[in-house]
Design a protein around this ligand. Structure first.
Ligand SMILES: NC(=O)C1=CN([C@@H]2O[C@H](COP(=O)(O)OP(=O)(O)OC[C@H]3O[C@@H](n4cnc5c(N)ncnc54)[C@H](OP(=O)(O)O)[C@@H]3O)[C@@H](O)[C@H]2O)C=CC1
Ligand SMILES: O=C(O)[C@@H]1CCC=N1
Length: 270
């Protein structure tokens, strides 16, 4: 089968998306070409059945991909993207890099290049990702639909028209899984400090976050209502929430954290 999608960079994010796409069956492994210099990561992609190469120049055959997904670090994105200029006339480029704007890509690929920016997150690997997409005017409807279809296999897809919102998106859903993982770490440590064995502590922390997020998502209920349903007057939850919510402690911390991530996204784009 001909290669339809070239994935450039198969680290944490690239692999998470690739795994999601292939698991869905919407793309055959042989329709994906992974360019990744790191042999271990290349082999990992190869085990999913993707065609792999260490550089685009080493990739065999005449390629005419529909989509080129750029999933390398923002620090190397310009030099790496320049190596794919030859596909700019025919393929749609999809960048998942934090910060780097569409204008940076059209500077490198030419003003007529079709460029989409997507901010995914790592739960994409199990089909539970959040992907936010913005496109330039050169992206044609069929390519937009194909990318949207592909991304939807990795989770929920939202489209925005205002690219400047991408810094905030990155700070919330792009980086967000790390905040939740850290919360699980903290709850686990607190459970151990409260006397539970380590494996029980981990199970309780994980299942509680999973259950609470699932209930919030599936019930569609306002999280504040769900919170109140747990909180008996003068009970245990009220005691804990006084610590977390008193003087808006957690809210202040989360707002500061999201602000720091957003500021860093802006910086990465410079
Ligand atoms: N991790 C996440 O949760 C998210 C990441 N992103 C974005 O995704 C992008 C990738 O991040 P992440 O996956 O975490 O980073 P990783 O470092 O895990 O992955 C990037 C990979 O690209 C490889 N690479 C370097 N140069 C080339 C090249 N010329 N051709 C092909 N591959 C190359 C790197 O190899 P080597 O290490 O050997 O240089 C590395 O394996 C970033 O731009 C980030 O902003 C967006 C949303 C979420
Ligand atoms: O930390 C980062 O810069 C990337 C972007 C969003 C998640 N990871």
């Amino acid at each position: 089968m001909a290669v339809r999608v070239v994935l450039v960079g198969c680290g944490n994010m690239g692999y998470a998306m690739l795994a999601g796409w292939l698991k869905s069956g919407k793309l055959a492994p042989s329709e994906t070409l992974v360019i990744e210099p790191n042999q271990e990561l290349r082999d990992r992609a190869g085990r999913l059945g993707s065609v792999v190469a260490s550089s685009i120049d080493d990739a065999a055959g005449d390629l005419s991909p529909e989509i080129v997904v750029i999933a390398v670090k923002p620090q190397v994105i310009r030099e790496v993207t320049a190596g794919y200029r030859k596909f700019a006339g025919s393929a749609t480029f999809v960048s998942v890099a934090a910060g780097t704007g569409i204008a940076a890509f059209t500077e490198i690929l030419g003003a007529g290049a079709a460029v989409m920016r997507c901010m995914p997150n790592t739960p994409a690997a199990i089909g539970k990702g959040m992907m936010v997409v913005v496109s330039n005017a050169n992206v044609k409807e069929p390519a937009k639909a194909f990318v949207g279809d592909l991304l939807s296999t990795s989770g929920k897809v939202a489209t925005i028209d205002d690219e400047s919102l991408m810094d905030a998106v990155t700070a919330v859903s792009g980086s967000g899984p790390a905040y939740i993982f850290h919360f699980i770490e903290c709850l686990t440590d607190a459970a151990v400090a409260a006397g539970l064995p380590a494996d029980t502590a981990r199970l309780l922390a994980m299942q509680t976050v999973y259950g609470a997020a699932s209930l919030a998502a599936e019930s569609g209920e306002d999280p504040a209502v769900l919170r109140r349903q747990v909180t008996s007057p003068n009970g245990t939850t009220a005691a804990a929430l006084e610590v977390l919510m008193g003087q808006d402690r957690l809210k202040t911390l989360v707002t500061e954290a999201v602000g720091a991530a957003k500021a860093r996204s802006v910086e990465l784009g410079k």
